[in-house]
Design a protein around this ligand. Structure first.
Ligand SMILES: Cc1cc2nc3c(=O)[nH]c(=O)nc-3n(C[C@H](O)[C@H](O)[C@H](O)COP(=O)(O)O)c2cc1C
Length: 434
């Protein structure tokens, strides 16, 4: 499928991003990199990874490597002496798990002596299912014994399935792949969405947040009362940084009104943004009317349907997605007024400044929303129907549409899409100099 930049933009949003929130370059292997450079002394600790066939290679090996780098001894117990795992990659054609990796295990699950270990860990993929199929009573006995001994019970992605089957999740807050939500709930756990959730001795996480899983398990052992380095990170301690990091693009909203006083605070936040010469070129239209929103959805669909068809993208799903993000109780239309521009010579650069100022105002709205417990979404897609939107909202021709922001109480907060590491985006002193 050959798609242009705009096509990639839409495809990424709708087909991939809604599921994973992730959009990085071709054949990229996904893993978290927080740039925090955590380091621990795990010398003297011994961890056990329990594996079945068709395990997720990165979930197992990346986390193992973190633990080993910090000094822990890590053994792999498997259902066989050799096991096949798979690697997830994103390519131009979508997700690819065809690359296999075979590893040698250190011991068989039947040989495990739990008295040697501080922690057991279940990676995902089909490993937990295959472990259970091979010998569920052995697995349950091991997990239940580990719980009795007070070992840390950790699992990622589909891994918590094994813990759920052994009945050790009762009363615990647990995360994992949404496909096993029901298993977790049936096993007595409370399913929550999270990068890594620590509740007592149960630590569960999600793909591809391998670093968080390694960090949280290490800290549970070294700082059992809490207060480890990850909790002291500036992005946890500083309220501004915390809001910046925890703001997410929300695409599902509760059917709950947002008061006009609250909306005014968001708009006031926008007006505290910087602007060229303090010209404040931002203007806003606040829209709550559902009928007008429906017309906007239809206008966007009309603009994009030919394109969607040509790309064989399902129109009903596209409509559902666009209607979904326009079902938020409030939409703020951020507009740019260029009437401050007087000199023709500076026109282009001033127009750019104005748009940048409006964008800074928009970002303030998103952050203020997060700070006030609201969710938001910057809907760039709406620009395809700028003329129709302007006409529906009676916006004068000379005023430009900068963006549309959905606001409401979140029904669902997605996991944070990965960020490129600083090493990929910064240069020191000169371009390209790291
Ligand atoms: C200029 C701009 C346009 C965007 N347009 C859309 C959009 O049309 N639809 C959508 O679902 N998300 C849109 N987003 C949100 C991004 O997809 C999102 O910010 C990104 O995936 C990172 O996720 P996060 O915001 O949760 O950190 C837009 C973001 C920006 C800054």
């Amino acid at each position: 499928m050959l798609i242009n930049g705009f096509g990639m933009f839409i495809l990424a949003f709708v087909l991939l991003l809604q599921i994973t929130g992730i959009n990085i370059s071709t054949a990229q292997v996904f893993r978290e990199n927080t740039d925090e450079k955590y380091s621990y002394n795990l010398r003297g600790y011994r961890f056990l990874i329990l594996l079945g066939e068709d395990f997720d290679y990165h979930e197992s090996m990346v986390i193992k490597k973190y633990w080993e780098d910090w000094g822990a001894k890590v053994d792999i117990a498997g259902t066989g002496k050799e096991l096949k795992g798979h690697l997830w990659k994103k390519t131009d054609k979508g997700w690819d798990k065809s690359e296999e990796k075979t590893i040698k295990t250190d011991l068989l699950t039947s040989q495990v002596d739990l008295s040697k270990y501080n922690l057991i860990f279940f990676p995902g993929g089909n490993s937990p299912k295959n472990l259970l199929e091979k010998d569920s009573s052995l697995l349950m006995r091991l997990i239940q014994e580990a719980e009795k001994k007070g070992l840390i019970l950790s699992a990622i992605c589909h891994g918590p399935l094994a813990l759920a089957s052994a009945g050790v999740l009762k009363g615990h807050r647990v995360t994992g792949h949404y496909e096993i939500m029901k298993n977790i709930q049936e096993g007595g756990g409370e399913y929550v969405t999270g990068v890594c959730v620590v509740d007592g001795n149960v630590i569960t996480g999600n793909w591809p947040y391998f670093e968080s899983m390694a960090v949280k398990t290490a800290e549970k052992l070294l700082y059992p009362q809490g207060g480890g380095p990850s909790e002291n990170s500036p992005f946890e301690q500083n309220p501004v940084l915390k809001v910046i990091k925890e703001r997410r693009s929300i695409r599902r909203f509760q059917d709950k009104e947002v008061s006009q006083d609250t909306i005014n605070i968001l708009l006031k936040s926008a007006t505290w943004a910087p602007s060229p010469n303090n010209d404040q070129p931002w203007r806003f239209v606040v829209l709550k009317d559902k009928k007008i929103k429906e017309m906007i959805v239809n206008a966007i669909m009309e603009k994009l349907s030919e394109y969607y068809k040509s790309e064989e993208m399902p129109l009903d799903r596209m409509k559902q997605y666009i209607s979904g993000i326009f079902s938020a109780p409030v939409h703020i239309f951020a507009l740019c007024d260029d009437s401050n521009i007087e000199e023709e010579e500076w026109k282009d650069i001033q127009m750019l400044w104005n748009m940048q100022a409006v964008s800074a105002g928009c970002q303030n709205i998103l952050l203020a929303a997060r700070g006030m417990g609201l969710g938001s979404l910057w809907i760039g897609l709406s620009l395809v129907a700028e003329d129709e939107i302007k006409s529906l909202l009676q916006i004068p021709a000379e005023i430009k549409l900068a963006s549309v922001i959905a606001i409401g109480y979140p029904a669902d907060v997605p996991l944070p899409p990965l960020r490129k590491p600083l090493s990929e985006v910064i240069s020191l002193e000169k371009w390209g100099k790291r």
